[in-house]
Design a protein around this ligand. Structure first.
Ligand SMILES: *Cc1c(COP(=O)(O)O)cnc(C)c1O
Length: 380
């Protein structure tokens, strides 16, 4: 034990507490549909990214159990050594088919995918343009690459065009990185325009579809690097990159977060295969999260949603926490999102809608938000 280290940690935590930014783990048992149990209370969750409720789907669970029984609980080593159990290829082929690419490679998580892809492709003398609101792991991967990182204003195609004009000529390789659906705002990137800019300036486009897959499907030509996660709508765990065969093969050799980490447990891959199969074959079911989000925004009087994520921006962190507590009293679990996850002064409630939410619950939640939360003033 080190006293100076503990003192450092205590004073940092006290600082977070003072600014209402301290976070705490709360044990939450999730069960079928959107039900969760927290501290003896049963709540309906509007804060999970399990948009299709596949993590508790009987077929997905069964696939996880069967794969575990057949191949064991862990992968035993990195995929390049002996951890490449037979289920991996099946999953990668399904994902490549779904995304319309030549090949696909699965990583340990979405975070690991973004931490590995950019450093394997980009380096000193190159330039990466990143939407300022892109996910933390895109910023982390860009930084880790050693390339020059240029942030552009959120979804601002005009500014990106100007930055490309200014910076592209000085660099070797260039990459543009964005989320397809932004995780804290629920809005979508202008992928067609970004792809056109990428083509004009010989830049590669990386789009992170973590919140789009199975919920907001957009087929856009010109996205060379289509990455995403198996941890949200698919209901399992892991990350993926869908790209050309040669790019995937290079990354299998060069992405350090692929080479130097253990393969995913077979049960996780089994579950992911079942989840991806459902997404590939059940369009009506996949349409439901967005329908539910639209039901909510209509009832509250908010702008129409672009995805299954609906933010209600409240401003100060303590206001967001108070709103979260009010909804929890009424039986709803809705996450308050605070800085540094979102910019200072834009703390918010983040509502996520899933396939199995009940219409009556959505209406009751919308009434509460309209009557109890919005009248206190909303920042837009
Ligand atoms: C959740 C998320 C990730 C990380 O994926 P994990 O599989 O949870 O590590 C990456 N990018 C975006 C946009 C995300 O929302």
């Amino acid at each position: 034990m080190s006293q100076s280290l503990d003192d450092f940690a205590s004073s940092k935590l006290a600082g977070l507490e003072r600014s209402a930014l301290r976070r705490r783990l709360v044990t939450t048992a999730r069960s079928a549909g959107a039900q969760v149990a927290r501290g003896g209370a049963s709540l309906i969750s509007f804060s999970c990214n399990d948009y299709l409720n596949l993590s508790t789907d009987p077929a997905v669970i069964e696939a996880a159990v069967a794969a575990t029984r057949r191949y064991g609980a862990g992968a035993g080593s990195s995929r390049l050594v002996t951890g490449d159990h037979p289920l991996y290829r099946a999953l990668e082929q399904k994902l490549a088919a779904l995304k319309g690419t030549e090949d696909c490679m699965v990583f340990g998580s979405g975070y690991l995918a973004n931490s590995g892809i950019m450093p394997a492709l980009m380096g000193a003398g190159d330039v990466i343009f990143v939407d300022e609101w892109a996910h933390a792991c895109i910023h982390a991967g860009a930084k880790l690459s050693g390339a020059q990182v240029v942030r552009f204003a959120h979804n601002d195609v005009g500014q990106l065009a100007a930055l490309l004009e200014r910076e592209r000529g000085k660099a070797g390789r260039a990459l543009i990185a964005t989320d397809t659906v932004f995780s804290m705002d629920g809005d979508c990137a202008p992928l067609e325009a970004l792809a056109a800019l990428a083509a004009r300036h010989d830049a590669w486009l990386l789009a992170d579809d973590a919140h789009g897959l199975g919920v907001v499907e957009r087929k856009v030509r010109g996205v060379a690097l289509q990455m995403g996660t198996l941890s949200k709508s698919v209901g399992a765990y892991g990350g993926y990159l869908c790209a050309s065969a040669v790019v995937c093969e290079l990354l299998r050799n060069r992405a350090r977060s692929f080479v130097y980490t253990t393969g995913l447990p077979p049960g996780v891959i089994g579950a992911a295969i079942a989840g991806v199969e459902r997404i590939a074959t059940d369009a009506d079911y996949c349409a439901r999260p967005l329908q539910h989000a639209r039901m909510f925004t209509t009832a509250v009087g908010l702008p129409a949603p672009e995805s299954a994520i609906v933010p209600v921006i409240l401003g100060a962190a303590d206001r967001a926490l108070a709103a979260q507590a009010l909804l929890e009293q009424a039986g709803f679990l809705v996450a308050a999102i605070r800085p540094p996850t979102v910019p200072e002064g834009t703390a918010r409630l983040r509502f996520t809608f899933t396939a199995q939410h009940e219409v009556a619950d959505i209406q009751r939640l919308a009434d509460l938000v309209r009557r109890e939360i919005l009248p206190r003033g909303v920042l837009t």
